[in-house]
Design a protein around this ligand. Structure first.
Ligand code: PLP
Length: 366
């Protein structure tokens, strides 16, 4: 009998999801590439995290601690937070999905800014909710526009701060204004995946708002500065009532033991964190200035990546630039899925990769 989809139907919204496509990791025919397509850490993980992960391997037959107790304590020590208000997840992606599933369903609206991180839309559709992309101004979240889009059906507002892929951020005052304008029954999720890189005194990760309000949650990740993307590890700092909800719906062992021990070791290796932050603080502005000198528009970024805008003329455009970079072993991220087809996003790489990027782009614009 032919297998058809007619009898079994997923919930409305699910077949509208275009599966998330991660940054390309390979180029045919090339052994060594500069993978600058996924905002990963340029320096890689802490040696201490690698050793901790390796030491956990003989115990792979044991289930992990379902409460990630030591990891939550280590996060609490590192960021001066109450471990009881932390929930860990398999990447912050999982936490985004859990929050959406817990607080939004069919007919509910989930808001985010037009060029915000893609997972918000995908999570909303997966929950059967209605994703609403709110226009930005100058590639930055427009607080007034976001607040203007809130209706009685709005349940969640997602804000990546700083935002991927634009690199822009809301200041403390802007963030407070956004929160102040939201009804109490709308949850503000501040996704601070890149918080550790930001060096601005008008920026705050969102923890102050979580402390002050019952409807604010902050998500964080170990995939960026802590360089453990492969292990899938993220966390959220939330009011106690949200912690309770997340603990009811998450998988009982959603964070592996290898991830938990590596996470603790990465948190404790503050020297490595400082090296990674310093590396980014040196090379992000260098790359922005050097690429900008070549002609493309480089949008200001406070993360570990740059959004680069190319002309629209054939042969000079983002697609041509991407093909040229790939021919020279460099993978950037195409931005069509983010509604920015004239742009490429590039992570800050090692010194050698950054120099290679600038040399290669110089060849392209010539
Ligand atoms: C803004 C933002 N949030 C969340 C994530 C997901 O991170 P994780 O690896 O913790 O799932 C990313 C990854 O690129 C991101 O850019």
């Amino acid at each position: 009998m032919a297998i058809t989809r007619a009898a079994l139907r997923p919930r409305p919204g699910i077949l509208e999801i275009e599966p998330y496509v991660g940054g390309k990791a390979e180029l045919a025919g090339l052994d060594r590439i500069a993978k600058l397509s996924a905002n990963e850490s340029a320096l890689g993980p802490s040696e201490r995290a690698i050793a901790a992960a390796a030491a956990a391997l003989p115990e792979l037959h044991r289930y992990p601690d379902g409460n990630a107790t030591e990891l939550r304590q280590a996060i609490g020590r590192r960021f001066d937070l109450d471990p009881a208000r932390i929930v860990c997840g398999a990447g912050s992606d999982e936490l985004i999905q859990l929050l959406t599933r817990a607080y939004a369903g069919p007919g509910d609206e989930v808001l985010y800014s037009a060029h915000g991180f893609l997972m918000y839309k995908l999570s909303a559709l997966a929950a059967g909710a209605i994703p609403i992309a709110v226009p930005e101004t100058g590639l930055k979240t427009d607080v007034e526009a976001l607040l203007g889009a809130v209706t009685s059906r709005t349940r969640l507002v997602f804000l990546a701060n700083p935002n991927n892929p634009t690199g822009s951020y809301l200041t403390i005052d802007e963030l407070n204004a956004l929160h102040a304008g939201l009804p109490d029954d709308v949850m503000l999720v501040i996704d601070a995946a890149y918080a550790e890189y930001v060096q601005r005194n008008d920026y705050e990760s969102g923890r102050a708002l979580v402390d002050a309000a019952a409807n604010v949650v902050m998500t964080r990740t170990f995939s960026k500065l802590f360089a453990l993307a492969a292990l899938r590890l993220g966390w959220t700092y939330a009011p106690a009532h949200v912690v309770d909800v997340l603990n009811r719906i998450r998988g009982p062992f959603n964070v592996s033991r290898v991830a938990q021990v590596a996470g603790v070791a990465a948190l404790e290796d503050e020297d490595h964190q400082a090296r990674s932050r310093d590396h980014n603080a040196t090379w992000l502005p260098w790359l922005a200035a050097e690429i900008g000198r070549l002609g493309p528009v480089v949008h200001p970024s406070v993360g570990n990546f740059l959004l680069i805008e190319f002309p629209t003329s054939p042969g000079r455009d983002a697609a041509a630039a991407s093909a040229w970079l790939e021919r020279h072993g460099i993978v950037a991220r195409a931005m069509g899925a983010y509604g920015l087809p004239h742009c490429l996003r590039l992570s800050v790489g090692t010194e050698a990769e950054n120099r290679q990027v600038v040399e290669t782009l110089a060849g392209f614009v010539r």
